[in-house]
Design a protein around this ligand. Structure first.
Ligand SMILES: [Zn+2]
Length: 378
């Protein structure tokens, strides 16, 4: 069994230890020390990283009470000095303790249990077995931050059996022995073996970023401390850009954007009716003629091609072809005073087209050049 220094003191950044064994594994090495402050991957939390002498420790795991350190080289001596990447560790302690506070408050207020936790390099999620609403979360988040401002002491201890039996605490597993309790004042008591901050003030801001229904309960995304600052900075950069683009004060960007979207919808609507009028006016200007006729428009939609065709059709003796698009890829509306739908298959075959219609109008697209189309019809 490895002596676990992180149980005694979560703030050990550097420690000396003796090498028990070194084994080659998957191109690297698996190092066992007699004692360690490296917290292994456990309960959804990624492991600590750091150095044994000057050899990088990329991953740490525990198996049957023994902590294994994965390194890229083998340590040379029997006695080694190790150090953690403590910035990473502190960040995890902030996030992990924040999760205790949130889950403790949710449990107290709503009786939901924590049923999942993931603390990775990019995101932190936790799950409860009840449905949370935005209002519920706002309340929980406010209380969680009050617990931070109160700078409550966080204590971790292995209670005697009697004390454990008479203590109310949250636990994912029903453990009878070796239960380590983590108490955050009156806010929460939970069985946990991970490192936590010593006082809640060290957590900094706690913010629930998002939530969604998950397996009948709720999954929540959390930031705290240093990650909350990084998140705030990223969003601040974003709001600065949006504010400049909209020429609006930061706090009025949403309302300004709403107005902007509404204006855009009105412009789209006005543009659409103007284009339909244009199509109809162009149709009115068509002179009567015998035989087929091909008309090409710039940027007309199918709807506009149809509006044109509805009026122009009566002036064309044969088939009226209205096109829009680009060389090799034209939208078409084909119409005639006679039944066109029977001919459309033959037309599509000749001009690599697809589409169809009913009665005297058909619509679709041609993968053909304008010359090919004109040659076919005229
Ligand atoms: Zn914990």
């Amino acid at each position: 069994m490895t002596e676990k220094l992180y149980y005694k003191d979560a703030y050990i950044k550097e420690f000396s230890a003796s090498v028990i064994s070194v084994e080659e594994r998957d191109g690297g090495f698996d190092v066992i020390l007699d004692r360690t402050a490296f917290f292994p991957e456990e309960g959804g939390q990624s492991s600590d990283r750091g150095y044994i002498d000057d050899i990088f420790v990329s991953h740490v795991y525990e198996e049957g009470g023994v902590v294994h350190h994965i390194t890229d080289k083998a340590p040379l001596g029997k006695s080694v000095t190790s150090r953690l990447l403590f910035d990473e560790r502190l960040e995890k302690m902030q996030l992990h303790t924040a999760e205790h506070i949130l889950c403790g408050i949710i449990h107290t207020l709503f009786g939901f249990d924590n049923v999942g936790f993931h603390l990775g390099d990019d995101e932190v999620t936790f799950d409860v077995n009840g449905v949370m609403t935005r209002e519920m979360l706002d309340r929980v988040e406010a209380l969680a931050n009050e617990a931070v401002f109160a700078n409550i002491e966080v204590t971790a201890y292995f209670p005697e059996k009697e004390e454990l039996n008479s203590t109310e605490y949250r636990a994912k597993l029903d453990l009878a022995e070796g239960v380590r309790l983590v108490r955050i004042g009156d806010v929460d008591t939970c069985a946990c073996c991970a490192p936590h901050v010593a006082r809640t003030g060290e957590i900094g801001l706690i913010k629930v970023l998002d939530f969604m229904k998950h397996r009948g309960g709720t999954r929540m995304w959390l930031v705290a401390g240093r990650r909350a600052l990084a998140d705030y900075r990223e969003k601040y950069e974003n709001i600065l850009k949006i504010s400049a683009l909209l020429s609006a004060p930061q706090k009025e960007t949403a309302i300004t954007l709403e107005k902007y979207i509404k204006d855009t919808e009105e412009i789209k609507h006005a543009l659409k009716s103007a284009r339909l009028s244009l199509a109809e006016n162009m149709a009115s200007a068509v002179t009567e003629r015998v035989g087929n006729a091909v008309f090409v428009f710039d940027g007309f939609s199918i709807e506009e091609l149809r509006a044109f065709s509805n009026i122009a059709r009566d002036k064309i003796g044969g088939i009226l072809v209205a096109l829009s698009g680009e060389e090799g890829n034209y939208r078409y509306v084909i119409s005639s005073n006679e039944e066109i739908s029977v001919k459309i298959k033959e037309i599509n075959t000749a001009l690599s087209g697809k589409g169809g219609g009913r009665g005297n109008m058909a619509q679709g697209s041609f993968s053909a050049t304008l010359v090919q189309i004109k040659t076919y019809f005229e």
